[in-house]
Write a protein that binds this ligand. Structure first.
Ligand SMILES: Cc1ncc(COP(=O)(O)O)c(C=O)c1O
Length: 343
């Protein structure tokens, strides 16, 4: 993988920017306008994004997914609140402690098979309510789809939503790949997010240059968010260029085209590798990721030509991510290389 055309399966962040997105950026790259979203354009795009999540939703554009997650939690938690999430959640393992450090929340983690919470698992972290010595659970955060490429069904999302309501908890969805989930479930974005109160809605992994959104489905939770976004360093001065990216993503359902394609490429890779001796696919392939275990020496040799990440060094588990711009040839060549490397 390189800047001269090399390709790999490391991450959907490794992919290029969709040409429609670049064209949208170029379209607004004329004239001078007010910054910080006070132009004549950004408000309309924020409403367009919000409308994907219901008529009362409010959307705010930010730079990155960690920012979207941390801000979502910061907006809805008090200093003594806790956030229940899977141990594998990006919040827990890949944000360098930002939820704890910047949002000031304690993460209440639960081991969850294939990265998926259930009401029964969440229930384990709901204790010592009203005890001033203990952090009080406030949020359930689920990743849809999960960091392991698995998917919550609509029923599962509904079950978690009902559980949250019954226990007076807020449901946050880390939707860095919500588009992949919606494409896989063949539903609209809001339906893939279930009964979420607040969603980190991703774009960067799905063809954008760099833009994500915090969407408050329950609009009253957005109270004061403008201040929080600025205070948390996520307010873009040249906001029109973030807005242009999201307009491209939503108009003509580019999100669905890109995410559906990425999912299809992962399915193709899984089919190509499913009966290869010496390789085991370790997770259900439901969106745009394939996880597998293979001998470490084979992994190392493949990584010379096709960069990808080792997910779990102890288990020898690797992750292969497909993107909006992964081609069938990319997949077929890689699958052939894996077969050859395994002899
Ligand atoms: C599930 C999930 N959430 C959030 C993020 C955060 O995105 P960023 O790297 O833009 O901060 C990622 C990125 O890998 C992710 O996979």
């Amino acid at each position: 993988m390189s800047l001269n055309g090399g390709r790999g399966f490391a991450s959907d962040n490794s992919a290029t920017i969709h040409p429609d997105v670049l064209a949208a950026i170029a379209r607004v790259n004329v004239g001078h306008t007010f910054g910080y979203g006070h132009d004549e354009y950004t408000g309309g795009v924020e409403r367009l994004v919000a409308a994907q999540f219901g008529q009362y939703a409010r959307a705010f554009l930010v730079f990155n997914g960690t920012g979207a997650n941390v801000l979502s939690l910061r907006a809805v938690c008090r200093p003594w609140d806790g956030v229940i999430c899977a141990t594998t959640a990006h919040l827990n393992v890949d944000e360098c402690g930002a939820p704890e450090h910047i949002a000031g929340v304690k993460l209440l983690t639960v081991e969850a098979e294939n990265g998926k919470l259930t009401p029964a698992l969440v229930r384990r972290r709901i204790d010592r309510l009203g005890d001033e010595h203990a952090v009080q659970p406030r949020v359930i955060s689920v990743s849809q789809c999960t960091e392991l490429g698995t998917l919550y069904t609509q029923d599962e999302m509904q079950g978690l939503g009902e559980f949250a309501r019954e226990h007076g908890l807020i449901l946050h969805v880390d939707g860095a790949r919500l588009a992949n989930a919606a494409a896989a479930l063949d539903v609209k974005l809001f339906a893939a997010a279930g009964d979420a109160d607040v969603v980190s809605f991703g774009g960067t992994k799905n063809g954008l240059l760099a833009a994500e959104a915090v969407v408050f489905v329950r609009s009253e939770l957005a109270d004061g968010f403008l201040y929080l976004r600025k205070q948390s360093l996520q307010l873009a001065s040249k906001m029109r260029f973030l807005a242009a990216q999201f307009e491209a993503l939503i108009r003509n359902q580019l999100w669905l085209q890109c995410a559906g394609h990425a999912n299809a490429m992962a399915a193709r890779l899984a089919v190509a590798l499913r009966d290869v001796p010496g390789l085991t696919i370790t997770r259900p392939v439901e969106t745009n990721a394939v996880f597998a275990v293979l001998p470490p020496a084979v992994t190392a040799s493949l990584q010379h030509d096709y960069p990808f990440y080792v997910w779990d060094e102890v288990a020898g588990e690797v992750r292969w991510m497909c993107s909006w711009d992964t081609t069938e040839e990319d997949v077929d060549q890689f699958a052939a290389a894996v077969r050859a490397a395994l002899g």
